[in-house]
Design a protein around this ligand. Structure first.
Ligand SMILES: Cc1cc2nc3c(=O)[nH]c(=O)nc-3n(C[C@H](O)[C@H](O)[C@H](O)COP(=O)(O)O)c2cc1C
Length: 159
């Protein structure tokens, strides 16, 4: 395989940029993610690729719920805020307004829309990321406007 071609081709997969929220007991956290897609209509399922060495993966396995906060085109700074690793759990949420959703996972007040999921399956045998399958159990829309994409940000995550 040509590694350069692999990188270029994989980076052409279009992605959104989201803030994924976690809850386990009294602990909350959130991180920026892009490897997310819908994988079933009935029931409504999404798949999320999550780093096995991220603080959030541990919370995902324990709490078994997550929220997906969708951002608008002008909210790159919000995504940037949640890229940094959680030195102290929940620290990234201190500067941001949010509420607990139906699952308890954090819903950002500024998000243009959100959905919340209960974890149905985690496939983590292969690779540096695990695949989390979540069933959408609640959703809301604040503003029906175009979503922030990876291409809008000029960032790369993939290849
Ligand atoms: C553009 C971009 C996209 C990202 N997408 C993902 C992703 O889909 N899944 C993931 O696990 N980490 C992704 N990350 C990395 C996490 O945001 C990063 O590891 C974060 O520090 C994890 O936070 P935590 O320590 O609070 O768990 C992405 C980072 C960037 C810059």
């Amino acid at each position: 395989m040509d590694p350069q071609a692999k990188k270029i081709a994989l980076r052409k997969i279009p992605h959104g940029v989201y803030v994924v929220g976690l809850k386990h007991k009294a602990q909350l956290n959130a991180f920026t993610a892009t490897w997310l897609t819908q994988v079933s209509f009935t029931p409504p399922l999404v798949a999320l690729g999550i780093r096995k060495d991220a603080h959030s993966f541990d919370m995902m396995k324990r709490g078994k719920v997550f929220s997906v906060n969708l951002l608008g085109k002008d909210q790159k700074a919000l995504a940037e805020h949640f890229v940094k690793p959680a030195a102290v759990m929940g620290e990234k949420l201190k500067d941001v307004k949010y509420r607990g959703g139906k699952t308890g996972a954090p819903i950002l007040e500024e998000a243009i829309a959100f959905f919340e999921c209960e974890v149905r399956e985690i496939a983590n045998q292969h690779g540096d990321h695990a695949v989390v399958i979540g069933e959408v159990v609640d959703a809301g829309v604040r503003a029906d406007v175009p979503v922030l994409t990876l291409m809008d940000t000029g960032w790369h995550y993939g290849g």
